[in-house]
Design a protein around this ligand. Structure first.
Ligand SMILES: Cc1cc2nc3c(=O)[nH]c(=O)nc-3n(C[C@H](O)[C@H](O)[C@H](O)COP(=O)(O)OP(=O)(O)OC[C@H]3O[C@@H](n4cnc5c(N)ncnc54)[C@H](O)[C@@H]3O)c2cc1C
Length: 351
């Protein structure tokens, strides 16, 4: 076991008693309902004229699948609050998030997609009754989408104390002038609101300057400039959008908490958010590995499956141990076989 494995050796990373039924139901839904439609869904998008916009036929499939998932109670389970949400622990959710990573349709079908999930987490915890009614309710219903706008082209955005976007108070409104870029999902017509990180008080101590304010997408002065590129791709249909705010006015009542508490709010979303992100990436990596193994076993060269040829088999094993952290921690078994609450030989709690 490597350095990480020995450090993690005392941790019990299995699902709690509440987790397995939901975990199994999610796995089943992905296999029975989502995997068979994924190819068709992608093909139906091929002739779209507009980027970042699903075709009508794609939306019909998506809405049908969302309805089925919701009927089966597979909805909003990323929320750790028992109401609304399933009251799962972040650890339970981590295992389920990895399953979501295996299917490109899953997050949206279970109403667990980013950045909506982070925005809902924040609104549940700090939204006023009015903010909840206007934005949280439709987000929880899955009838609208939302975005989160922090990064700016001219500054280093990993340090939020750098942000230059000013929201200047004018009566009951905040007037915003800025550009934001890489704003995921902001080009989707279903996206109706973004949480924008702004400075409301440039004279406050550094960490009390940034605030977060809810800005409707149809605000006059808020303009979509176009998609950004990530490894030369625009990541259509999701898209990461360049936005310009020119004297865009949002009601000051749309500010989250009282102003200047952006960092406190950010930690609420970043804790679970980092777990969702990382575990979905683990899921994607596991899926890629499974596809590689499947192909390696089917394809024959020099009289044997390519999976058995020298470097292919060595590198698959290396990738397997890197992509699946639980696999390394739990005696080398793949993650999805070790996360059940049921004890399995060789993967019990290390106490
Ligand atoms: C696919 C994609 C989607 C995105 N979606 C959104 C979104 O929805 N909303 C949004 O607001 N932004 C989004 N972003 C932007 C993203 O949040 C920023 O790119 C990120 O915060 C880093 O900021 P920066 O690009 O300005 O890099 P910089 O802050 O300029 O950082 C430059 C380099 O310094 C490194 N660095 C920074 N700090 C440290 C440190 N403490 N220690 C070591 N190295 C460090 C970084 O790793 C990076 O390599 C997205 C970006 C991508 C690629």
């Amino acid at each position: 076991m490597g350095a990480l494995g020995s450090e993690m050796g005392d941790w019990d990373l299995r699902l709690s008693d509440r987790g397995p039924p939901l975990f199994e139901a999610v796995v089943r839904f992905i296999a029975d309902e989502l995997d068979p439609r994924t190819g068709e869904f992608a093909r139906l998008g091929a002739t779209r004229l507009e980027r970042c916009v699903y075709s009508e036929k794609q939306l019909a499939i998506l809405e049908g699948l969302k309805g089925k998932a919701r009927e089966r109670g597979l909805w909003n389970f990323f929320l750790t609050e028992p109401d609304p949400g399933e009251g799962l622990s972040n650890l339970d959710d981590a295992h389920i998030a990895a399953e979501l990573g295996r299917s490109p349709l899953s997050s949206e079908c279970f109403n667990c997609s980013l950045p909506d999930s982070g925005n809902m987490e924040v609104l549940v915890r700090v939204g006023t009754p009015e903010q909840k009614e206007r934005w949280l309710t439709p987000l929880l219903e899955g009838t609208i989408r939302s975005a989160f706008a922090m990064s700016e082209p001219e500054i280093s955005s990993s340090d939020a104390t750098n942000l230059s976007c000013q929201a200047v108070r004018d009566g009951n409104e905040c007037v915003i002038n800025s550009e934001k870029y890489y704003i995921t999902s902001a080009g989707d017509p279903r996206c109706q609101m973004l949480i924008c990180v702004v400075q409301t008080d440039p004279d406050a101590p550094r960490h009390r300057r940034p605030s977060q304010i809810l800005v409707p997408m149809d605000t006059p002065g808020l303009q979509i400039l176009g998609p950004m590129h990530d490894f030369r791709e625009d990541d259509d249909p999701r898209g990461h959008i360049h936005l310009r705010f020119t004297d865009a006015r949002a009601p000051c009542a749309n500010t989250l908490l009282e102003g200047g508490r952006r960092f406190e709010i950010a930690q609420m979303r970043l804790g679970p958010g980092r777990i969702h992100h990382c575990m979905r990436s683990v899921g994607v990596a596991e899926r890629a590995l499974a596809l590689m193994v499947e192909r390696g076993l089917k394809r024959v060269a020099f009289g044997q499956p390519v999976a058995r040829l020298g470097e292919t088999s060595r590198s698959s094993r290396r990738r397997a141990s890197r992509s699946s952290p639980c696999a390394s921690w739990c005696s080398g078994l793949p993650r999805r076989w070790t996360c059940s609450a049921r004890p399995r030989p060789g993967c019990g709690p290390r106490r």
